[in-house]
Design a protein around this ligand. Structure first.
Ligand SMILES: NC(=O)c1ccc[n+]([C@@H]2O[C@H](COP(=O)([O-])OP(=O)(O)OC[C@H]3O[C@@H](n4cnc5c(N)ncnc54)[C@H](O)[C@@H]3O)[C@@H](O)[C@H]2O)c1
Length: 390
């Protein structure tokens, strides 16, 4: 298996997530290169900054990170995949997989990756985290595991004008953030199933409601986007309940509560993946050694390990955070967005129906209200605690 040369080339390196990975690479002592049309941050080693896109995407780096918004990633992906006829590159791509206006870009990205030699993984950090794999290891220690319910909450105050990050434009929260929750649920369930297709073989149901996001910079938004959603439903036999809240006053958490039965005994696992404040409780026992990790370093470490240990076709098509998984998670985001908009439960019976679902987001754009300023919006509410299935 190929060993990843410990180097990373980050496109969009001066942005929020690009900086996180640049710092992670530096602290792991990886070599790095950066490409970003924005001004180079003071104190940066400019010999590592590559201004020309064609020069940057031809670098002999072990791994590329596409840390830009979806509309800027397509040209980058084309450049890397074209080059990749002869080299098995590793590309870490940000989420969401495409803009809400362009769901067709997901299928196009999947086909392009499939026809290349590149391994493209998507940045759902929880799926690379040792905490996630500890949960899987615990559950795999039983012969029969049944996951009855998963509670998913992802909340932070993204309206506070005092936080510079809150001025970065976002898409509706179902696509922007709940996509992490869907990726988590799908990926976890797939660990105890034949495949993701099998996970969805018994269909899914989603209903939800949403509220608007009132950013500190509403003038930069072409229309109002959702900033809170609450939802419930099921994937197969597993009940899902979740809340994603970016409004003023929201608490800070990335909570997961997993309940079920293992070899006849009920279990409950609680995990909070909030950076710097991670917690893991498995059957009442906490796991301090696993909680003091840096999520971005863990993504890099896990990517490097998988690239070395897992054959490329398995990484690309098996149960990994790859393009097929990112596409399904994106589709579930679109199902939730639509369910919130229409206030109706959406039922889909198979993976094919999930992939064929069209939320018709673009058609709805002319009906969206304008984005309001913070003072005009209601305050957020308190966090959930995941009592589903108790
Ligand atoms: N996986 C996660 O947990 C996570 C966290 C935060 C953001 N994200 C995702 O990352 C993406 C970027 O978000 P952000 O908040 O970092 O945005 P950002 O606006 O802070 O950063 C984007 C950067 O891309 C640069 N850029 C624009 N066009 C470019 C091009 N053609 N080539 C190279 N660089 C270019 C910009 O100059 C900017 O520095 C979004 O899709 C977001 O959803 C993911």
């Amino acid at each position: 298996m190929p060993e990843l040369s410990k180097s990373i080339s980050i496109a969009g390196a001066w942005g929020y997530i690009g900086q996180k990975f640049l710092q992670a690479a530096q602290s792991l002592d990886w070599q790095w290169y950066a490409h970003d049309p924005g001004p180079i941050p003071p104190g940066t080693d400019e010999s590592r900054c590559i201004a020309g896109a064609s020069e940057f995407y031809a670098l002999p780096a072990g791994m590329f990170h596409l840390a830009m918004h979806p509309e800027h990633r397509r040209a980058a992906m084309d450049a890397l995949l074209a080059r990749n006829q002869s080299e098995p590159l590793l590309v870490l791509c940000e989420k969401p997989m495409a803009e809400p206006e362009h769901p067709e870009h997901c299928a196009e990205a999947c086909a392009a990756v499939e026809h290349s030699r590149a391994v493209v993984l998507y940045d759902f950090p929880e799926l690379y985290d040792p905490m996630f794999w500890r949960i899987v290891q615990f559950l795999r220690s039983f012969k029969h595991v049944q996951i009855d319910a998963i509670y998913l909450s992802r909340c932070k105050d993204r309206e506070d004008p005092g936080i510079p990050r809150n001025y970065k434009r976002m898409v509706p929260i179902q696509y922007q953030e709940t996509v992490h929750c869907f990726a988590f649920a799908l990926f976890l369930l797939a660990q105890f199933s034949e495949s993701i297709e099998e996970v969805l073989a018994q269909g899914l149901e989603i209903q939800g409601r949403s509220d608007e996001y009132c950013p500190p910079n509403p003038q930069e938004y072409p229309y109002a986007v959702d900033g809170m959603c609450e939802y419930s439903g099921r994937i197969g036999q597993t009940t899902l309940e979740g809340r994603t809240d970016f409004r003023s006053g929201a608490c800070w958490q990335k909570l997961r509560v997993i309940r079920g039965v293992a070899d006849g005994q009920r279990f409950v696992i609680t995990a909070d993946f909030l950076e710097g404040k991670k917690q893991l409780w498995i059957e009442g026992e906490s796991g301090p050694a696993l909680t003091q990790t840096n999520s971005y370093e863990e993504v890099l470490r896990t990517c490097a390990r998988w690239y070395r240990d897992v054959p490329a076709p398995t990484l690309k098509n098996g149960c990994y955070p790859n393009a097929p998984l990112a596409r399904i998670a994106y589709q579930l985001s679109s199902v939730l967005w639509r369910a919130c908009r229409h206030g109706r439960r959406t039922v889909l019976r198979s993976l094919d129906e999930v992939l064929g679902f069209d939320a018709r987001f673009s058609e709805a754009i002319p009906t969206f209200p304008r984005c309001r300023s913070r003072g005009d919006c209601p305050a957020g509410r308190s966090c959930g605690s995941g009592t589903i299935g108790t």
